[in-house]
Design a protein around this ligand. Structure first.
Ligand code: GLY
Ligand code: MN
Ligand code: MN
Length: 476
């Protein structure tokens, strides 16, 4: 089991640096608040399922984590006083009855040496601390009071302030070196899991086996939590963007799409790879695969500080249109006419990518899901990229009966689609290629290294098939 990136051994998660960054963005909106404000965020607590004495695993509140670095402890609070730049962590009081079930909790001393905070206290001292801040005229900003609605101090805080959210989100969009190291580590684990999945076809006869294979290798490498419910599909199921049933047979089909990522210390990765089940690409599958690869490489080349994500998204559509005319899927128009008609949204309905960080669809992208322009409606980043952002670049092409039915209802789109040709591609379902990318001043760095080269993928699949059940142990 790994312990995380070597370069971070002995270095604390930079909670204080994060708090100072949030303060600076907050003061850009509220310049007079430096001596009169504090930030309070509650961590997530364990909650029972309804009518049950069991709870789901704890998923830490990302805003709380950003200011504390605390992950698997429920019921904490973090307080930042802007006048003194002091971070105080409040741990839940010790529940002696629970020690038998859950073991010893972290002590105050252990927490003080583990986290980048000035003081660690128990949460039973929080109410009096907040009362005293309130009496001295300090405004206490918080995201929400969901974790402490019934507590006396809930009335002392200002919840949901948009300048506070702005400051938190802007801070989170630009990753520091510590966060980048965590994300690269998550990406490395994810690469290995994808390689394992591609190599283990002899034991993958069902989409559920693909899911199991990924998860097994993720946990083996120390990543207990995946970034999101993985999407493991085969054949026509690959046309459903967020397919999570993962329970169909792969037998008798040609294509597999797996979109899955491991988390490391609350930081995510998000990767999609596609491959042919028997290692040999069919003509149609390879045509679509290489088209998506071209959509990705063409847009990747434009990534750098200040670039327009909207322009790159539209560029991906242009590549799709060019390729579809070549294949005879689009007809009756010039490249420009077909592109401008917007017909390509029935084959590439989602955005080119999103911000990535502690959340898979990370904060700060400012999407506009009610945009009147359907080509931009699902684009999750509606701002120029900045150096230090991490984004996914994930173009796709889908052959979904549902999407096509919609498209064919619009005569201005239907006239460009040759359904006789489209029908030859339906068995593929879809292809998406997704990588995690750090935006740099003059370019970009791709975190995810698992190959997307069609020849290399074909070789990996065939090698796994040739090895038979030994392929099971390919990674570890
Ligand atoms: N895995 C979800 C996405 O790619 O956005
Ligand atoms: Mn994604
Ligand atoms: Mn994904």
């Amino acid at each position: 089991m790994e312990n995380g990136p070597i370069e971070l051994q002995g270095i604390k998660y930079p909670a204080l640096t994060h708090a100072l960054k949030v303060k600076s963005h907050f003061l850009s909106k509220k310049p007079d608040s430096a001596t009169t404000s504090a930030f309070l965020i509650a961590g997530e607590s364990l909650k029972l399922y309804p009518y049950s004495d069991q709870c789901p695993p704890l998923r830490q509140n990302r805003y709380f984590h950003y200011l504390s670095g605390v992950d698997q402890i429920g019921g904490c609070f973090i307080l930042f006083e802007l006048s003194s730049n002091k971070l105080t962590l409040f741990l839940p009081e010790i529940d002696y009855d629970d020690i038998m079930w859950s073991g010893m909790p972290l002590s105050i001393e252990e927490a003080s040496s583990k986290y980048d905070v000035a003081e660690v206290l128990y949460a039973d001292s929080l109410a009096s601390k907040l009362e005293s801040l309130h009496e001295s005229g300090i405004e206490i900003y918080t995201t929400d009071t969901n974790e402490y609605k019934d507590k006396s101090f809930a009335s002392l805080v200002i919840a949901g302030n948009e300048d506070f959210f702005y400051a938190l989100d802007e801070s989170r969009t630009i990753k520091d070196n510590y966060e980048i190291a965590l994300m690269k580590h998550a990406a490395k684990i994810t690469d290995n899991c994808h390689l394992a999945v591609m190599s283990a076809l002899p034991i993958e006869k069902n989409e559920g086996h693909i899911h199991a294979e990924f998860l097994y290798h993720s946990i083996r490498q120390g990543s207990k939590f995946l970034s999101y419910d993985p999407i493991c599909c085969s054949g026509p199921n690959c046309g459903t963007l967020h397919y999570v049933k993962n329970d169909d047979t792969t037998q008798g089909k040609e294509s597999v799409l797996i979109d899955a990522g491991s988390e490391w210390a609350c930081y995510t990765s998000d990767v999609t790879r596609c491959f042919p089940i028997n290692g040999e690409w069919t003509k149609e599958h390879l045509e679509i695969y290489t088209s998506v690869l071209e959509m990705q490489s063409t847009t990747m080349a434009g990534i750098k500080d200040g670039c327009s994500w909207e322009d790159l998204h539209m560029l991906a559509h242009k590549v799709l249109v060019k390729k579809f005319i070549e294949f005879g899927i689009f007809k009756n128009g010039t490249e420009d006419e077909i592109y401008k008609s917007g017909v390509s949204i029935h084959f590439f309905p989602h955005g080119l990518g999103h911000l990535l960080g502690m959340d898979t669809h990370d904060v700060g992208g400012y999407p506009n899901y009610s945009d009147k322009n359907p080509m931009l409606r699902y684009l999750r980043i509606r701002r120029p990229l900045k150096a230090g952002m991490v984004v996914t670049n994930e173009p796709g092409i889908y052959f979904s009966p549902f999407l096509l039915e919609n498209g064919l209802k619009n005569p201005d789109h239907a006239k460009y689609i040759d359904m006789d040709v489209v029908n030859k591609y339906m068995y593929i379902g879809g292809v998406r290629i997704e990588d995690d990318v750090l935006v740099a001043q003059d370019g970009y760095e791709v975190f995810t290294k698992i190959t997307s080269d069609p020849k290399e993928i074909s070789d990996i699949v065939k090698k796994g098939l040739a090895k038979g059940k030994e392929a099971f142990h390919v990674v570890i």
